[in-house]
Design a protein around this ligand. Structure first.
Ligand SMILES: NC(=O)c1ccc[n+]([C@@H]2O[C@H](COP(=O)([O-])OP(=O)(O)OC[C@H]3O[C@@H](n4cnc5c(N)ncnc54)[C@H](OP(=O)(O)O)[C@@H]3O)[C@@H](O)[C@H]2O)c1
Length: 363
């Protein structure tokens, strides 16, 4: 990875990662916990991966603030049980929470297409899409989805990218609306070869660190180009967020010894409630769309990136590589079976039906 990135950039990336881990508490000390949210009764939000960790907190807090929340998760039973629990804890504190569960398994692009088709069939608005679900299979051998893609790349980038594009008609209806991608400071040591996004060519030896960090960088690059393609007048902001280093199930594949060490540093780790703040801020703060529209300038290659302290920050130097970002965008469209100009068509109001895409894809 360091060979591909360059020593200096690689070192700088690691220093930034360590800085965020060890200083996140100080950086975010001005933030209340939980983050106070305004009344959100007018918002419909989809939160992927809301059965655990950061996504669970995001969904719960959005719902408690009045939003209509769709928990997009692969374990629908777990989602239903959470809703039941939240409703009984909430009882007597206000009207019942407006939360529902819809099935979405990001390891299957078919599942993503089915989810989008079911959602778009309602013809309702979508105000906030939070691409939160993610995996970091630390130490696990390279594994591939049913679609043939490396699992980190599929769950953390390709499937959320497909979901985002397929939900554009609903986001257009919900405008002003927001796309919020729960990213990671780890993108700073990522490197994406657009011709080898699944790391199968043998040019680089796969490790879970390479899989994870590359998928997070690919997400920034893809969304940077998407941000450029969506004109300010469309009123859809595109953002990436760092939640910080958070004590969740994300490290579930760690060996028990390393897990014990990981949990020995609780002072430095955020709780999921603390880790949810930067995403909730990005999803609801009125300043965010303004900030995003400034970043559409021709000479600015990267989409908005919000840090653990809920302040705008800069994505990595590699993320500023506009040429690679364009190639990552094109390759992503190809890998998820979308036509290269689908975003332009959707923005022009052309009907690109999910079923059509599904049919084209299966040929
Ligand atoms: N924790 C950190 O320190 C940290 C740091 C930086 C970024 N992040 C990012 O934060 C996001 C949330 O992670 P977390 O820390 O909250 O981890 P987590 O506790 O493991 O939660 C991950 C969520 O994603 C869901 N998910 C995983 N694979 C899925 C799939 N194939 N289809 C649909 N949903 C799937 C999980 O569902 P199940 O419950 O069914 O497994 C779970 O709800 C991720 O994008 C992660 O990369 C986390």
């Amino acid at each position: 990875m360091k060979e591909a990135l360059g020593w200096m950039e690689w070192l700088r990336g690691w220093l930034n990662i360590l800085y965020e881990i060890f200083f996140q508490r100080i950086l975010a000390c001005h933030l209340k916990n939980p983050l106070p949210l305004p009344p959100l009764g007018d918002l419909t939000c989809i939160v992927t991966g809301s059965t655990s960790g950061i996504g669970l907190e995001i969904a719960k807090q959005l719902a408690e603030s009045g939003a209509h929340v769709v928990m997009a998760c692969r374990r629908t039973q777990a989602g239903q049980e959470l809703i039941h629990k939240w409703q009984s804890e909430w009882s007597g504190m206000g009207p019942p929470l407006n939360v529902e569960v819809m099935e979405l398994d990001l390891l299957s692009l078919d599942s993503v297409r089915r989810f989008a088709a079911a959602w778009n069939a309602r013809s309702g608005p979508l105000h906030v899409l939070i691409n939160n679900a993610g995996i970091f299979s630390i130490g696990a051998p390279q594994a591939f989805s049913v679609d043939g893609h490396e699992e980190h790349m599929q769950v953390n980038h390709l499937a959320p990218a497909l979901l985002t594009v397929l939900l554009l008609p609903s986001l257009i209806r919900g405008s002003p609306s927001r796309i919020v991608n729960v990213n990671s400071i780890m993108h700073q040591v990522g490197f994406v070869d657009p011709d080898d996004m699944n790391v199968v060519s043998g040019k680089r030896k796969f490790s879970s660190l390479i899989g994870y960090s590359s998928s997070k960088l690919a997400q920034v690059m893809f969304n940077s180009i998407l941000n450029k393609k969506i004109p300010s007048e469309a009123g859809i902001s595109v953002t990436c967020v760092s939640p910080g280093t958070v004590q969740t199930n994300v490290a579930r594949t760690l060996s028990s010894t390393i897990q014990a060490a990981y949990h020995l540093i609780p002072y430095f780790l955020f709780t999921p409630q603390e880790g949810a703040r930067s995403t909730l801020f990005t999803a609801t703060d009125p300043q965010v769309p303004e900030y995003c529209s400034v970043l559409k300038a021709d000479d600015w290659p990267v989409c908005a990136y919000i840090s653990v302290d809920c302040r705008p920050t800069n994505a990595s130097e590699e993320a500023h590589n506009l040429e690679t970002s364009k190639r990552v965008y094109e390759k992503t469209m190809e890998l998820v079976g979308l036509p290269p100009d689908v975003v332009e068509k959707l923005l022009e109001g052309e009907e690109v039906l999910t079923e059509e895409i599904e049919r084209d894809h299966s040929h």
